[in-house]
Write a protein that binds this ligand. Sequence first.
Ligand code: FES
Length: 554
Amino acid sequence: MNHRSWMRSQGFTPEVFDGRPVIGIATTWSELAPCNVHLHRVAESVKRGVWQAGGFPLEFPTMALGETLLRPTAMLYRNLLAMEAEELFRANPLDGVVLLSGCDKTTPGLLMAAASAGLPAIMVTGGPMLSGKYQGGDVGSGTAVWRWEEDLLAGRMTQEECVFAEGCMARSNGHCMTMGTASTMASMAEALGMQLPYSATWPAVDARRYETAQRAGQVIVDLVNDGTTPADIMTRDAFENAIRVNAAIGGSTNAVIHLLAIAGRLGVPLTLDDFDALARDVPTLVNLQPSGKYLMEDFCYAGGLPAVMRELGGMLHPGARTVTGKTVGENVADAACWNREVIHALDAPFQPAGTGTAVLRGNLAPDGAVIKQSAASPRLLKHRGRALVFDSPEEYHHVAGDPDLDADEDTVLVIRYCGPKGYPGMPEVANVPLPAKLLRRGVRDIVRICDGRMSGTAYGTVVLHVAPEAAAGGPLGLVRTGDLITLDVPARTLTLEVTDDELALRRAAWTASPPPAARGWTWLYTEHVKQANTGADLDFLTGASGAAIGRDSH
Ligand code: FES
């Protein structure tokens, strides 16, 4: 009576307690997360579907992570969202859960939570914004910001033009509409089989986004009735599919970290090297910014992710299960491509195989580092240059405009102490703008190396996720300005040309920085966060606990 009576204070009739499945709708809505601000309306569509299928839907908030506003970085809180949502799933009397996400970290955070909670789950991402339009051309979120920042620094754009342009870029509800991290992770959720076909690409304001959400509400009831859990869907085969799809769409390097973390929750064996091995023979098929020209709206009209997955054909595991109750192969069997400029054919790809994310190793990154080859300058993929070292992006920004900065086109810019422990939270700062003096000379790219991340909307020859990070005692912390560094992407190596003896001397003199916080979440995070090469999850959150213990309330 207690449970029913208090729930009836919301106006529910008694029949809702007749034993029908209780479906939680976990929303990451917040006005502080503008990419997710329409998720209330998406939830209404999900509820329609749940009622239709005989379930009892209940919407509830989980931590909303807005990429643009959170300091020092939303990544500091991905694991907190995952932990909070997991406990909400488990502590409430839910039979299944619909995951509403959008902005970058909300998608992996909720997938990690669902994986650990073990409840039947389906994801509905909020969809991308409409394409930005400025001066008659398309403008991609984020990607244009990097370009405009350089144009402003180089004097090619005025401040007034920038202010006008910002209003033209984000002109509807939805997440970033380049193939940045949000679009990538929405695509990963679909490739993993955790959201309905086409769900990643419908624009946020498209009626079919809401139709798909209603359908998801119906499907979650089926999943509950069948007892299908995320572990049944997100198998090793599903992760291999996702990695190959990520290569084909030119997806964000952030997918590497997030997929590793999700797999870690499920006990699916997945390593950094899998990303290189599985992606090497996959060409990039999708011509989207930042690696290409088009935007998510174009991708949707061209056929969306199913068209890509159908094109990949035998490169995927067609028998992998999905939330539809059908296999991947069955889901995409009839998918059509309507625009070969946007989604290229496998035999005439946008970029050849071997241009995806590469995993590098060497004495500078013993546990690995990654580089997005499609976003890099081909001439810099084999490069040797002198290091110019900064202990934070702020330290570099302070001098980036200095006309006397000792940098040229061969310089290797090292930005360190930006890893999970270091900053803390592993921010997207690796693609710092070039020194102003080089920009003025027309240089558009130099090699940058960092233990942090890079926005999925960014481009440049940037070595990322160096592990172990400098703050954890990694060799990146031992580099000195003037040292020679050799990057050889075809050979997958990253080498600091300093002798082992000299490195040992430097290591003996190196001291760890004091922890950034003595209490609270930041303390807990820095004490327990793992390195980028295993997904930067917290050590005590890896794995799953399953559904509630003693769940007896309905
Ligand atoms: Fe939210 Fe890019 S800022 S998706």
